[in-house]
Design a protein around this ligand. Sequence first.
Ligand code: SIN
Length: 484
Amino acid sequence: MAQVYAAGMRNRWLIGGAWSGDHAAEWLEVKDPASDACITRVPVGGPLQATAAVDAAEETLREWRATPSAHRADCLDAAAELLLKHQSALAHVMTQECGKPLTEAVGEVRYSADYFRSAAEQARSLQDESIDSHRPGVRAVAVSEPLGVCAAITPWNFPLAMLARKAAPALAAGCTMVAKPAEETPLSALALGELLLEAGVPHGALNVIVGDPEAIAATWLADKRVRKLSFTGSTEVGRLLMRGAADQLIRCSLELGGHAPFIVLAKADLAAAVQGAMASKFRNAGQTCICPNRFLVHQSLAVEFTAALAMAASELVVGSGLDAATQMGPLINDQAVAKVKAHVHDALQNGAHLVSGGRTLALSGRPDRFFMPTVLSHCTTDMLCFRQETFGPLAPIMAFEDIAHAVAIANATPWGLASYVYGPPAEAERVGRSLECGVVGVNESTPSSAYAPFGGTKWSGFGREGGRWGVQEYISTKYLAVRD
Ligand code: SIN
């Protein structure tokens, strides 16, 4: 086992406030993607644990939904404090299980704390709303009620923040939750479960189990007590889950794949555009749903932008996320590396030019998982990298002549999560408003905020996370028509 595994971090299921799984028949190894070293083992759960988690969540629901929302808010604020207090240990665990550099992991812990603060704010403002129903003699009230037991299925690329942004609003609304983190990265989610207990959230309000994804999801979707599913992951899996949710008419929020365009207009500030591209494209080694996947650069700037981006990319320090100097870590697994290689290969076969990177780095004693930050020029829309999400550190660039054409290309995709536009503010904003997606960065490459709505359109899913939009997803509105 790797030695840096922080003492006190949990590696069992959290059900009803108790840690269980000691006698599980099957265990899975949680591995550091940078070294393949086993960090720890966790028990593999299935339908039994999935049902036990719902039992616990259902039992706690009565108490939690009746808890004054101001008190719920205090617990969420306490959780934010604890996340910040333990940020270094949490970041360490996160870096080990998903590979991202420690500085990014610390950023993710703070981002997670923001979700708790934002949800606490919302909990404090939850109240009945008197409305005018245009019915003489009738007092009309809209009452916000918690949906009930909610399920969360979260990905490996943001092992803490993606659960924080589901659990915090659910708890703010008075719901309880059952959660299954990705098999690759269960430890951050289990740590969050532990911190919430310490924050005063009652046992059973957040239950975290690890194990067979299909069996767990199927069990939850067949359980009449589960009223909502929030999922972050691929479009393919999102579709399967939504089909499964249809039988019990379980409300879904699906944050699925992206294919973000990054448009650089003719009069853009080149240095700002390159800096933004670097911050967004190579964050978490390009393994984020919102990172730019295709660069559309006005032909007047294309050569200069390409050279500057390639230069900056080639200077990034690639290595284990645990090394303080590292700016970009490994990819999560061998399939991820194979996909980036396939996209690079396809582009080069079809006429793209390799400007920097293009291969894995041979780091001694390490698995072949460190892909160099890569810049390709002369890309075209028929290349794989312009048609699919790469989910890796590849920046393919295509020059455009006319902005209408760039917008048409940007929108000619079934996905619609994030987009970026760099240019003179008024023009860039106008272009941004014409893009078909849920999040647009205008001269801004890291737009995410726990206080703003995050989510997509088209194949990128639906539902919003963050701020009041996030909490509304966990609320059922009751209309009371009272004749006094
Ligand atoms: C994601 O890539 O799914 C999340 C990124 C973010 O919240 O900034």
